[in-house]
Design a protein around this ligand. Structure first.
Ligand code: UD1
Length: 359
């Protein structure tokens, strides 16, 4: 069997790692196509190196652009790639422009498409990721859902017959990296003279938090006013927007820092007093590491983290300050994101599923 995985943005490289390993273990031919959506070494190359993925077989070099230009360039390039490889499955990941482009290209070429991390919904129709998720789920032949909540969303959209609950592959990679790190501290502590348990780790990159200068200013000020050092791992988009609008990121307790490689990010989260983020992946990673999370969004797809008390939504400066200083949540042994063996299940499902999965 031959699978073509299409990835392009940072969180997709993390999800790709356990899938690649499981595919090789099952003797599956696995071709990795990198769209080039993310091209900075710290957003791309380090993930391939640190997570043992090797190099992509195909690199489209699409780069940045408006949604239409970026997605269109991917679509134009993918037809030829799929035609050359004629895989049994095209596997797409998550909710980025690379996801929807690959799903659309494959479905139009009558190549079976499987969507990993299917069924997530924020119900916020202003998010580009929400458009990408809904369109990808409705185009794909096989929906690999990470959680029961995702399964329920797909059922309510009439997609139950194409859905399989596999668990979350991010749990697989997180557990492996956590065990590899052991008790080693992040390099950040020595570099920034921080003490374990006495700083917050922040990431902010979503369009709704960065594109409006007033909103970005509000968030930077709120973070800089917190009671402990806040290390902001600044996505290039945030650095670019701050520079364009003359917003100072290094203010008060806020320290802007380049993004970290995955193992160092996990180590930095583990040693922190709490995480403040608008990333989907980091909310879940914080939960799995049992680090309290404060999410700078009006809603989240990962509702289990909220229900279990390890995550709170916070939008104003007051809410963010209250979020980071809240009492430590009660311990839980709940496993809403699976057992760390989702990737093997995914490959198994792909091997066994009929190719004419479309109802
Ligand atoms: C994308 C995904 C988002 C995901 C995020 C993870 C979409 C619609 N969004 O957002 O869901 O959470 O990746 O990080 O697909 N840039 C660089 N270097 C790079 C890549 C981007 O400088 O390697 C800058 C460019 O100014 C670019 C901007 O970041 O225009 C936005 O990049 P883009 O890939 O369009 O979206 P992300 O914000 O990264």
């Amino acid at each position: 069997m031959k699978i073509v995985s299409v990835v392009g943005a940072r969180p997709q490289f993390v999800k790709l790692a356990p899938i690649h390993k499981a595919a090789l273990a099952a003797g599956v031919e696995h071709v990795i196509v990198h769209t080039g959506q993310h091209y900075d070494p710290m957003l791309s190359d380090v993930f391939f190196e640190d997570l043992g993925i090797g190099s992509p077989g195909v690199h489209l070099g699409v780069g940045s652009g408006s949604h239409g230009i970026q997605t269109g360039a991917m679509l134009a390039a993918l037809d030829g790639v799929f035609d050359e490889h004629r895989p049994d499955w095209v596997l797409v990941y998550g909710d980025t422009n690379s996801t929807v482009a690959a799903a659309l290209s494959a479905v139009k070429m009558h190549i079976p498409v499987a969507h990993l991390e299917a069924g997530l919904r924020s119900f916020n129709r202003r998010m580009p990721e929400e458009h990408n998720r809904v369109m990808t789920d409705h185009a794909a032949d096989l929906l690999l859902a990470p959680t029961q909540v995702a399964v329920d969303h797909l059922a309510s959209e009439g997609l139950a017959e194409r859905t399989v609950l596999v668990g979350d592959v991010m749990t697989d990679v997180l557990y492996e990296v956590r065990d590899r790190i052991g008790s080693a501290h992040s390099g950040l502590l020595a570099e920034l003279d921080l003490r374990a348990g006495e700083y917050y780790l922040a990431t902010i990159h979503r369009a709704e938090n960065t594109d409006d200068p007033a909103r970005l200013t509000e968030i930077a000020t709120a973070l800089g006013d917190l009671d402990r050092p806040v290390v902001l791992l600044a996505h290039p988009r945030v650095v670019a927007k701050a520079a364009t609008h003359g917003i100072e990121l290094n203010q008060g307790t806020l320290i802007a820092h380049a993004p970290l490689a995955y193992p160092d990010l996990i180590a930095a989260a583990l040693s922190s007093a709490g995480v403040v983020t608008d990333s989907g992946g980091l909310q879940k990673e914080a939960f799995l590491l049992r680090v309290p999370c404060t999410t700078v969004r009006t809603e989240t797809e990962w509702v289990e983290t909220i229900d279990l008390g390890w995550n709170v939504l916070a939008n104003t400066a007051e809410e963010i300050a209250a979020g980071v200083s809240r009492a430590r949540p009660s311990d839980t042994d709940a496993t809403p994101y699976g057992d760390g063996h989702a990737a093997a299940r995914v490959v198994d499902v792909l091997l066994n599923a009929a190719h004419d999965a479309r109802p």
